[in-house]
Design a protein around this ligand. Structure first.
Ligand code: NAP
Length: 322
């Protein structure tokens, strides 16, 4: 697996890194589905083991993935895998506990201490603020930011990060947090990363960047032939595109084109969709959700950025066919 220096962290991480949201299993917050159904712990463990063997050395989780279950699965792996071999990232900020807001510092501290226990480690390599909703007048921002930096000073966190689905929101807070690493949403059809100015900020500040949901949760692969009904607790039931014939058909057409264009590659579709996200990025990686050994092995053939011509081709292909 190709590696990259994650900006100013100076850490060498796999170009295709491992997202473990699904390892938390099906989950809900109130009425809202926030997990992934049908995940077997044994598949998660085998995938982690294989990822380590293949050099996928950066694993991303969060306190809320299965309310700690994803972290616990990772924590169970140090019997077989040296902890020092893995660049381990977690997040806090989406659990509210009994407080009035997600970013209450007392609750955040408790959540973080639980993450360390679940992960069976004294230190995480990277800790993110999971989102940028800091209250109507940003009243929770200062305390949350202070706690993040304090945990770093205490030596419990090596590097600090900032994340959100919206790159625009990240831009609102980025100078005040001054993160080592940023985690934005990015895929071939959505480039708020560049249009928001975040890309420029990353380059100017030599920050690391990790793109999440690069396959739009699997939708972009073109593997769906008809609208899908996901089981209870599966986050994908909130994504309208999984119900739209026109979108699913367009993704299947795109898949055929990409398979022809990159027919010499063992994973032509993933190569087009994921390696294109690396073309204009020299300090970052893609966080791909890999649910089993087969998906890890497919990921291991990736990580070579597309050239500019192929990059332009794939972008126009997906923009036109949406
Ligand atoms: N910071 C944030 O707010 C945030 C938000 C979302 C995600 N994330 C992070 O980013 C990671 C990845 O995002 P994501 O899980 O939303 O989605 P994703 O990476 O876009 O898609 C992952 C899904 O694509 C399918 N897939 C993967 N490899 C495949 C292959 N070789 N062939 C066919 N299908 C394949 C799998 O679904 P099936 O097997 O079910 O088809 C897999 O669960 C998460 O795990 C998490 O760590 C962070």
């Amino acid at each position: 697996m190709k590696k990259v220096i994650l900006g100013k962290t100076n850490e060498l991480v796999s170009r295709i890194s491992l997202g473990t949201w699904s390892y938390g299993g099906a989950n809900t917050t109130g009425e809202m589905a926030v997990g992934w159904a049908g995940q077997k712990d044994e598949d998660s463990r085998l995938a982690l083991q294989r990822a380590w063997e293949l050099g996928i050395n950066h694993w991303d989780t969060a306190d809320v993935y299965g309310d700690g279950h994803s972290e616990t699965i990772i924590g169970s792996m140090w019997k077989n895998i040296p902890r020092k071999d893995i660049f381990l990232a977690t997040k806090f900020g989406w659990s509210m506990g009994n407080y009035a807001h997600y970013y209450h510092p007392k609750h955040m501290r408790i959540q973080f201490e639980n993450s360390l226990k679940n992960l069976q480690t004294d230190t995480v390599d990277l800790l993110y603020l999971h989102h940028c909703n800091f209250g109507d007048s940003e009243e929770y921002f200062d305390d949350a930011n202070e706690l993040l930096h304090k945990l770093q000073e205490e030596g419990k966190v090596r590097f600090i990060g900032l994340s959100d689905w919206s790159s625009k929101k990240i831009m609102k807070f980025i100078d005040r947090v001054n993160p080592d690493v940023v985690q934005p949403y990015r895929n071939v059809m959505d480039d708020g990363y560049a249009s928001s100015g975040l890309k420029k900020w990353i380059e100017k500040n030599n920050a690391g960047v990790c793109f999440f949901s690069p396959l739009k949760h699997g939708l972009l692969t073109g593997k769906y032939h008809a609208p899908v009904t996901f089981p209870d607790g599966d986050f994908r039931s909130n994504i309208p595109d999984f119900q739209r014939w026109d979108v699913l058909n367009a993704m299947r057409d795109n898949k055929k084109n990409v398979e022809i264009r990159f027919q010499g590659h063992p994973q032509p579709v993933l190569h087009g969709l994921l390696d294109s996200l690396l073309t204009d990025v020299s300090t970052g990686c893609v966080l791909l959700g890999q649910r089993n050994v087969q998906q890890v092995e497919a990921a291991s053939s990736l990580g070579n950025p597309l050239n500019k011509k192929d990059y332009d081709w794939i972008k126009s292909n997906y923009l036109i066919r949406r």
